[in-house]
Write a protein that binds this ligand. Structure first.
Ligand code: IMP
Length: 505
């Protein structure tokens, strides 16, 4: 029996949520849980997320479809919940991929209340980022923010509108009218260029005089509707029914705690609540209905896009390099061809080394992810806000093999001009172990590290916690102490078999 199932004994609903800035390897843990469960639900986020699962050496990358789909042949249900920003075009591309692989999508269900991503959302997202002067978020350009903003402005469309063509057309025209007033203040040539993007049908939605070719959008979404019609249902009711029947459910998080619109480093966040509370809500459940929360913590930290990252290796230079448009894995390899020498190259070089070892290049954007040491303060801050039933899974521990020294942030020295945060005054030089998601505070906090000796051995074939080098265990146990929650799962490689359970202390 899969040892992870021991942790799930007596549970009915489990949630998998990242405790950092996303990209922590949730997909693999969800894939394990999918074997245990009867249903996997993706409750929040959209095609901004990307998860890669490796099964028998084969990589599968999805943005919207729950990772559990690869277990579909066993009749398990996969749901896209009402909290999801649904881009039907991306979903259909993923479905096509499944079909090509000979996998079925018969058990995929889409909430009729999921929020529809429309071409204007992608345009709004991209024009805002392109014209931002010093206040870029570094979004994935998938229209996520504008889609959720429309929902809160009460002008958004939902998946159910796809099932009612004339209502869809009326709502779409109204929505476009609202956005056009704002979009027309931008340079027309810039808008035209943005609308040539493949995610915007290579210009098919552009109209020289009206800006948007409404008929083309309506016709395209009508095709999406035809393809997806059977799958669009009331998923809240479906989940309730499965709960009543005693079925096991996994909630698959997207992004991470620090990217939550409500609890993350605002404004450098996504536009959904990626915490456990957000997951429950996006699946139509209450937090109290989740029996086990698995918080995923990567053995080091990564962040995509802009925003504070106190432990970033190479600091601002790293952020600038990773966020330079067009920088790719190939370009980085060309500039820094000798991997071994990077270990001697100071923090920036170390960051490139770690990025390369961990293959930290975006699934969605292909951007190099900014890389840094584990931040025990920020991690503790996130984990404290998670339910009491939380256990932790440390992922990608193998990536650190070969490092002479590993650093872990245990506190900060505030290094900014005087700043008032809540009831506390911060002066330059003040030392603290206090964590906060305030972006200004974090941008001026300098990390204070504890150094640990690294381990030389490769650990990818370790199958038991006790077989890990003592130094690797010390490291895992430090993460655990700083978080104040038990680490119960450790992952040492991309394959689903490279995962084992750590006994409770
Ligand atoms: P958006 O979600 O595209 O609006 O992007 C907002 C911020 O969230 C940007 O900094 C993105 O890089 C980040 N982000 C969104 N999705 C992910 C993800 O799946 N992994 C890591 N960062 C993400």
């Amino acid at each position: 029996m899969n040892p992870i199932f021991e942790l799930l004994r007596g549970k009915q609903v489990a949630a998998v949520v990242c405790t950092q800035w996303g990209d922590t390897g949730k997909g693999k843990i969800v894939d394990h849980l999918a074997d245990w469960s009867d249903m996997v639900v993706r409750p929040t986020g959209g095609a901004n997320a990307g998860h890669t699962i490796v099964i028998d050496g084969k990589r599968y990358a999805f943005h919207l479809i729950p990772s559990g789909i690869l277990r579909d042949h066993q009749g398990k249900k996969n749901l896209i919940g009402s909290g999801v920003a649904l881009d039907p075009s991306i979903l259909l591309q993923e479905i096509t991929l499944l079909v090509t692989e000979g996998l079925s999508w018969e058990n995929l269900f889409i909430s009729h209340r999921s929020k529809l991503v429309l071409p204007q959302h992608i345009v709004l997202d991209r024009i805002r980022e392109a014209s931002a002067k010093g206040d870029k978020i570094g979004t994935t350009g998938r229209g996520i923010g504008p889609c959720y903003a429309d929902h809160y402005r009460r002008i958004g469309l939902i998946a159910n509108d796809l099932l009612n063509p004339s209502l869809f057309a009326t709502k779409l025209r109204k929505n476009l009218a609202e956005h056009k007033r704002y979009l027309e203040s931008f340079d027309r040539e810039a808008l035209r260029a943005i609308m040539q993007h493949p995610h915007l049908a290579h210009g098919a939605f552009y109209d020289e005089t009206r800006l948007f070719n409404e008929e083309a959008i309506i016709a395209t979404y009508a095709r999406f509707a035809e393809a997806l019609r059977e799958a669009i249902v009331d998923t809240d009711a479906l989940i309730r029914e499965e709960l009543r029947r005693g079925m096991r459910i996994v909630l698959e998080g997207a992004q991470g705690h620090r990217l939550s619109i409500d609890h993350g480093d605002y404004p450098f966040v996504t536009s959904s609540d990626c915490t456990v509370t957000g997951l429950a809500k996006g699946a139509g459940l209450f937090d109290s209905e989740i029996d086990l929360t698995i918080g995923i913590v990567k053995a080091y930290a990564t962040r995509v896009g802009e925003g504070p990252f106190p432990t970033e290796l190479g600091g601002l230079a790293s952020a600038a390099w990773c966020n330079t448009p067009g920088v790719s894995e190939a370009m980085e390899l060309e500039r820094y061809p000798e991997t071994a020498r990077l270990l001697e190259g100071g923090p920036f070089g170390l960051g490139v080394w770690l990025r390369r070892q961990g293959a930290e290049y975006g699934t969605t954007t292909k951007r190099p992810r900014r890389v840094g040491w584990h931040d025990g303060v920020l991690h503790g801050h996130a984990v404290k806000r998670m339910p009491k039933n939380t256990i932790l899974a440390v992922t990608k521990l193998d990536v650190l093999s070969g490092l002479p020294t590993i650093q872990v942030c245990e506190g900060y020295e505030f290094q900014g001009p005087d700043y008032q945060l809540g009831g506390t005054e911060w002066h330059s030089g003040k030392v603290t172990s206090y964590g906060d998601s305030d972006a200004h505070f974090l941008a001026h906090s300098h990390p204070l590290y504890r150094s640990l000796p690294g381990w030389r051995q490769q650990i990818g074939d370790v199958t038991r916690y006790t077989q890990l080098p003592g130094k690797a265990r010390d490291y895992v146990e430090l993460i655990e102490r700083l978080a104040g929650r038990p680490v119960r799962i450790v992952s040492v490689g991309p394959d689903r078999n490279q995962t084992f359970v750590k006994k409770a202390a």
